[in-house]
Design a protein around this ligand. Structure first.
Ligand code: ASP
Length: 308
């Protein structure tokens, strides 16, 4: 299994399942759930940074390389494990692929997926500090006296916010099981202070997640709008299919995406796992890394990503 930064906390849970003969889909879901439960991670699941209105909205997707079936959810509130809702969409609502907002929450209730708080005090404090740093009166914002005025001026607020500084990273988890099947899971609280209802690449198959046993798995973190415009995960796999190594394929997918004009450029990263277990990563940030753990390992190892 491989995972993006802060995904390493979930690898042991996933690898334990793989050792017991579980599928790559099971391992990916289990690993991502651990990351979603980690309150110290402010970019995924519980503890994730909220949107412009101070509400946590989560996105996730999962793709099965054996069937190329996928499930995804976006802008989900009140559920700590969007990856499990995405998996349920994939397996229990196969006529659909992506559910958003209230519909996704309704389906999650019907599927028996647990509700729970996602906004933590620490995330609220970080959110307010970010507003203050942008010169927005934090006392007016949600949980403050001027909440209504704040909400009425939400567009203006967003326009005045700078691109958030990193890290604000999604988690990517990619697994290869003993049967030779690949799966990829992605989960995020998305761009902090995002406009309510904004959907990231993490929920978009082809952009932030793609998986095909015949080629490989790939996933992205970083500026989601760019990964959507560049269909970056799929681009990485096109390069892999053309003979590039996983690391070269990530670098090629990012380089192609970075040709796009973008006034809000911020980091973009990709990870790739080949059907034979080779893996690699690339990033626009110096010193970026990812974690690897196999069934023979007691713990994960950290590997460097190539900088593009
Ligand atoms: N891809 C996520 C988004 O666009 C965030 C990230 O990975 O940094 O919201």
């Amino acid at each position: 299994m491989i995972a993006s930064e802060r995904g390493e906390v979930g690898l042991a849970a996933g690898v334990d399942l793989l050792r017991a003969g579980a599928s790559a889909m099971d391992a990916v879901e289990a690993a991502v759930r651990v990351v979603e439960s980690n309150e110290a991670d402010h970019y995924v699941g519980v503890g994730g940074l909220p949107n412009l209105l101070g509400e946590v909205e989560l996105d996730a997707s999962i793709m099965d390389g054996a069937t190329r079936r996928a499930g995804a959810v976006a802008a989900v509130s009140g559920f700590p494990h969007p990856i499990s809702i995405a998996r349920a969409v994939c397996e229990r609502l196969p006529q659909h692929l992506l559910l958003v907002g209230a519909g996704a929450e309704r389906f999650a209730d019907e599927a028996g997926i647990e509700r729970g708080p996602t906004l933590t005090d620490e995330a609220v404090q970080m959110w307010r500090r970010g507003l203050s740093a942008a010169g927005i009166d934090a006392a007016e914002a949600r949980h403050g006296p001027g909440e209504r005025a704040y909400r009425e001026r939400v567009l203006e607020r967003l326009a005045s916010m700078p691109v958030p500084g990193g890290p604000w990273d999604t988690v990517n988890v990619l697994a290869l099981d003993a049967a030779g099947n690949l799966a990829v899971g992605v989960s995020t609280s998305g761009y902090p202070w995002k406009y309510p209802g904004r959907v990231s690449d993490s929920a978009i198959i082809g952009a932030g997640n793609y998986c095909d046993n015949a080629v490989g798995g790939a996933a992205c973190t970083g500026r989601g709008e760019l990964a959507i415009r560049g269909t970056t995960a799929r681009s990485v796999l096109h390069a892999l299919a053309a003979g590039a190594s996983p690391e070269d394929a990530c670098a090629a997918g990012l380089a192609e995406t970075l040709e796009l004009p973008d006034d809000f450029r911020s980091p973009l990263q990709a990870l790739c796992l080949a059907p034979d277990g080779r893996h690699g990563g690339a990033s626009t940030i110096a010193g970026a890394s990812y974690a690897v753990m196999t069934a023979d390992d007691e713990t994960f190892e950290v590997r460097k990503r190539r900088q593009v």
